[in-house]
Design a protein around this ligand. Structure first.
Ligand SMILES: *[C@@H]1O[C@H](CO)[C@@H](O)[C@H](O)[C@H]1NC(C)=O
Ligand SMILES: *[C@@H]1O[C@H](CO)[C@@H](O)[C@H](O)[C@H]1NC(C)=O
Ligand SMILES: *[C@@H]1O[C@H](CO)[C@@H](O)[C@H](O)[C@H]1NC(C)=O
Ligand SMILES: *[C@@H]1O[C@H](CO)[C@@H](O)[C@H](O)[C@H]1NC(C)=O
Ligand SMILES: *[C@@H]1O[C@H](CO)[C@@H](O)[C@H](O)[C@H]1NC(C)=O
Length: 700
């Protein structure tokens, strides 16, 4: 028998002192021997590859080989040092993941891209309070972080460099409605330095863009509520959109690639025009406590909004520079359909130590690799090809995954079955999932097979479905992780999984292994649960003879969206009829496919289904999602091609982004606005119709 799988761990592994190691070896040998006992077929020489569909016991082998020891060990090593994308310590993290994949005998490669990243050089913030004559230096880093710290000082990547001096003014979340409230209270924000609180559905770059539009000269942002405890400061990107700014729409691979100049209009469009910095909630409280002027938003941690009398003197200097980023990719080649792809992905780069964000997910990904590898030694091979992807530079704007998707667009568009994303796998208690609706059923089914990590007498599904707020499964319109290029650009059905939300150490220096052990997941059972759901989804998508997609769920969700839209548009002079009839077409197609699947399953038992017939049906299931793509994309954000799920300029609707943009358009005449809404309704209707025709699989 081959040596146990973890003897190849790097020598620095210290958690595996020998008694523990021996214990795990014994456990694993037990699992293997239990498995072989059960089958009476100990394989001295491995038999030809089998899939989980042919041998359901592989599913139990996968579930039974979960281990909190291995996951916690992976996480501990990944989080020893900060590993910001493009910096030297990030290559140690690359090596860690690569070495593990390779030591598990998985075919592994690294894809490099040369992209424009952004780092801080110098920053300062002083306050001129009305009660003292000399300015007061405000802290911009976390307490205890000296200038020699290996953690990058808090900053906003891609903020322009700049200095500004102006009265401090509080702008709440920095939304249009917030500025409207300020204006009606007689507050003029022009020439001021704005203090904004993160939230209200506003991305960092949206806050800065809106502030610039209002004449603000610099922005400082803090995280209120649960966020930013203990002086934590939330780093983040203020780049608009996703992917490398210099190679919009194509992969930034190698040296011989077209790159736009940094002064190109298309590049500049994505950078904010006003400088910004993140500050701690404590620093924000000092500034806000010194303001006079109008009372607004009395319910929150602010009394008066200013402007002034406090002045802020703001300076930020950063540099945007070319850096190499690296995706690490392990491939498990499919035995029957190697040209059909199931992609599991997680990013690896972190603002600081990244214990939650994102390496709880990376630890889970490596553990899935370990467990799949174990199954391969037992003779398993997936029917379709599985990719395990560790992305780089997600924090700067999903750059690693986006470059890869852009580079491989034609192959992914024609061969990718699904993408399953995990970013912050564990942030605390409570399971959360987002998915495109045809994946709802399989997601639910899989969570019924996994034990709840916090209540071992129930399944994950039981607790999830009884304690979670409706809806149980969220939709993936917002751009907050690596599913964006797969779903919004390439139309690949996608899932996103995580435990807990709104964790207080988000993007701060306190996102460490210690925090995880103390608060996030003391026994690493939630990590195991996420890995199990993630890995099982991968197994079903790669091995089920018929891809487990149910488009009737999509129909239901689209009907629900249309109903919400109807209520919103009751007073408008537009018709939803085009969408309603295209959903009807999709329903007819989905019902037809459901019958075909039922028939095929019956015939399969009699062995009457040819490989080709099954594949033709699977291709229709796979391609239907691509129908929602539109070559012109969302107006003003054309890289985003999906007309059902994608980012709107104000994330109020959560679906049909083009329609949402038209509804919340405020600069047009009412008649033009109505016409634009109607046009966007027609575009969505045509997209749904394309999906229906793809699902039917016949030319009209
Ligand atoms: C990728 O970049 C790294 C670091 O710059 C380099 O060591 C490695 O050789 C590159 N790999 C490939 C496949 O180009
Ligand atoms: C001046 O005001 C600031 C902000 O309100 C406060 O933090 C500080 O303690 C005050 N200083 C003095 C000397 O009163
Ligand atoms: C703002 O701070 C800079 C140093 O960071 C200083 O040179 C400048 O004079 C200050 N401006 C005012 C108005 O205090
Ligand atoms: C759509 O579904 C959500 C979640 O299940 C539900 O809360 C909402 O009421 C539904 N909306 C309509 C208009 O049916
Ligand atoms: C793994 O879980 C067990 C309980 O099931 C616990 O005793 C142990 O401490 C956990 N190990 C780690 C490394 O968290």
């Amino acid at each position: 028998m081959a040596p146990p799988l973890y003897t190849n761990l790097p020598k620095s592994t210290t958690i595996f002192t020998s008694p523990l190691c021996t214990f795990i070896v014994i456990i694993t040998l037990c699992i293997i021997s239990l498995y072989t006992l059960h089958h009476h077929t100990p394989p001295p020489t491995p038999p030809p590859p089998s899939t989980t569909a042919q041998h359901p016991p592989f599913i139990s082998a996968f579930l039974d080989s979960a281990s909190n020891y291995t996951i916690s060990n992976y996480l501990r090593h990944l989080t020893l040092h900060p590993h910001l994308a493009g910096t030297p310590p990030s290559s140690a993290a690359v090596d860690y993941v690569k070495t593990h994949f390779e030591s598990l005998h998985l075919q592994t490669h690294v894809t490099n891209y040369s992209v424009l990243l952004s780092y801080p050089l110098h920053s300062s913030l002083t306050a001129h309070f009305s009660n003292t004559s000399s300015p007061v230096q405000l802290p911009l880093t976390e307490p205890g972080l000296g200038s020699d710290s290996e953690v990058v000082k808090p900053y906003h990547a891609y903020s322009p460099s700049g200095s500004a001096y102006g009265k401090a003014v509080y702008v709440n979340h920095g939304r249009e409605e917030d500025y409207r409230a300020l204006a009606s209270a007689g507050v003029n924000v022009k020439g001021c330095v704005a203090v904004a609180k993160r939230g209200g559905g506003m991305s960092r770059n949206a806050v800065v863009a809106k502030a610039a539009e209002k004449g603000v000269v610099a922005v400082v942002m803090y995280t209120g509520g649960g966020g930013g405890v203990g002086g934590g400061v939330e780093r983040g990107t203020v780049l608009e959109g996703v992917g490398d700014p210099l190679t919009p729409g194509w992969g930034a691979s190698g040296g011989d690639v077209e790159r736009l100049g940094v002064e190109d209009g298309e590049v500049l469009r994505r950078f904010p025009t006003v400088a910004s910095l993140p500050i701690s909630a404590e620093t924000a409280a000092v500034i806000l406590g010194s303001l006079e002027g109008a009372h607004l938003w009395k319910d929150v941690d602010v009394d008066r909004v200013g402007p002034g009398p406090t002045f802020l003197n703001f300076t930020y200097q950063g540099e945007n520079k070319m850096a190499t980023i690296q995706n690490v990719i392990a491939v498990i080649k499919g035995s029957e359909e190697p040209d059909r792809f199931v992609v599991l992905g997680n990013h690896r780069d972190a603002w600081t130590y990244g214990a939650v964000d994102p390496n709880s997910g990376t630890a889970a990904l490596i553990d899935i690799a370990r467990r799949y590898s174990l199954m391969m030694r037992m003779g398993w091979n997936p029917q379709r090809t599985i990719f395990l992807c560790s992305w780089d530079a997600e924090e700067f704007g999903m750059i690693g995954s986006t470059e890869w998707v852009e580079q491989n667009l034609a192959n992914l568009g024609s061969k990718a079955v699904a993408y399953i994303n995990v970013d912050c796998a564990v942030q605390g208690p409570g399971f959360f999932a987002g998915a495109t609706p045809q994946l709802d059923d399989i997601l639910v089914e899989v969570t019924k097979k996994v034990t709840d990590p916090d209540f071992s007498d129930s399944t994950l599904f039981e607790k999830w479905s009884t304690t979670s707020e409706a809806p149980l499964i969220q939709r993936l319109s917002d751009v907050f992780s690596d599913f964006a290029p797969f779903l919004h650009h390439a139309g690949v059905p996608s899932v996103d999984l995580y435990y807990g939300k709104d964790f207080p150490v988000y993007h701060t220096a306190f996102d460490s292994y210690d925090w995880m052990v103390k608060y996030g997941d003391p026994f690493f059972h939630r990590h195991m649960a996420v890995a199990s759901v993630w890995g099982l989804l991968g197994l079903h998508l790669a091995d089920d003879p018929i891809i487990p997609f149910n488009y009737l769920s999509y129909v239901l969700q689209l009907q629900n969206h249309t109903h919400s839209l109807y209520k919103l548009l009751e007073r408008d002079d537009v018709s939803l009829h085009p969408i309603i009839s295209s959903i009807q077409e999709l329903e007819d197609a989905a019902k037809q496919v459901k019958d075909e699947i039922k028939k095929m399953r019956e015939e399969e038992i009699e062995g009457r289904v040819s490989v080709l017939r099954r594949r033709m049906l699977n291709d229709r299931l796979m391609f239907a999602e691509r129908g929602f793509l539109d070559s012109e994309g969302i107006k003003g954000r054309q890289w985003f091609k999906h007309l059902v799920y994608g980012p709107a300029s104000e994330s109020k609707l959560g679906f049909f982004p083009g329609v949402a943009d038209a509804i919340y358009e405020s600069t047009m005449t009412e008649a033009k606005r109505q016409a634009r809404i109607q046009h966007e309704i027609w575009r969505v209707a045509r997209a749904i119709q394309r999906a229906a025709i793809a699902l039917k699989g016949q030319l009209t």
